[in-house]
Design a binder for this molecule. Sequence first.
Ligand SMILES: Cc1cc2nc3c(=O)[nH]c(=O)nc-3n(C[C@H](O)[C@H](O)[C@H](O)COP(=O)(O)OP(=O)(O)OC[C@H]3O[C@@H](n4cnc5c(N)ncnc54)[C@H](O)[C@@H]3O)c2cc1C
Length: 292
Amino acid sequence: MSIFAGLEHIVREDEPLAPYTYLKLGGRAQYFAEPTNQEELAELARRATPAGLPTRLIGAGTNLLIRSPLVSGLVILMSAPAFTRLTVNGHRLTVGGGVKLPHFVATCAREGFSGPEHLVGIPGTVGGGLHVNSGADGVDLGSWCVEAKALTRNGELVHRQKDALTFSYRSSSLNELAILEATFEFERENPDQITREMQRNWIVRRARQPAIGEPAAFLFKDHLGEPAGELIQRAGAKGMSVGAVSLFDPNPNYLVARSGATVDEILQVIDQVKSQVHERIGIELALALQIW
Ligand SMILES: Cc1cc2nc3c(=O)[nH]c(=O)nc-3n(C[C@H](O)[C@H](O)[C@H](O)COP(=O)(O)OP(=O)(O)OC[C@H]3O[C@@H](n4cnc5c(N)ncnc54)[C@H](O)[C@@H]3O)c2cc1C
């Protein structure tokens, strides 16, 4: 571990990644680090990049399938308190990249910041959510982002202002190694009203997605505004299952991995759904789930 000499307190070798993913499946990381502050995170990047070691961030692992038995290089988890702060300033909320999305949504409701109540029920972190521009009901996280602080692969700190940030459907220009912090700006409304709206949205959503904590994955991006779940249904793929993995009946754009499920079964379900949608309705679905 000479490459990380002096950082042994935060770097481990051959770490199993399954516990860090929502699917609770997958291989190990060659190196795994949990930096306790920004300087340690920058130092990890300054050592790994020149050594040619691929480096990746893992948030809450809700959008990841670890296919590889050994993910080569370094995987970094930003779970330390230094990355999970929230600060309210007038109409603005500044949030660490490691803050959980449900915590962000609940804070916005409490403060009367309107908009994020539509994102209730989406698991993940603010960093992961901004990287893929997560959203629901036509609303996405990037739409309120006015500033972001990120760390490049060379360990340099960069600040991006609103005019340098681009967010589109499930895509964002924030492609640096780590989104450390983001500032969001909102309209202010009555907190009670927003909280009621959030609760209403949650009741609707709860029926349409697998139960919180049940190993599951959100599969495909919508196609030209048409929900992927409806396309899967239209192609007759609803109800598809392989071994212990099956599509979630109320919305077949989720899969559920029951006890004993394997990565291979998940990949088979993904491939079969994709092929059936392509054969039956001529649409090439794009994966939202990232595969390492
Ligand atoms: C039950 C369920 C429901 C879901 N519903 C929705 C939905 O309605 N809409 C939707 O858009 N998504 C949905 N998702 C997908 C997922 O929850 C979101 O995309 C989430 O925002 C991903 O965040 P994460 O922290 O888990 O990212 P991860 O899965 O950990 O990582 C995803 C990507 O982001 C990168 N990343 C993570 N953290 C950072 C960081 N700090 N800086 C830079 N890059 C980072 C990772 O390297 C990776 O490339 C759902 C998933 C599940 C399991």
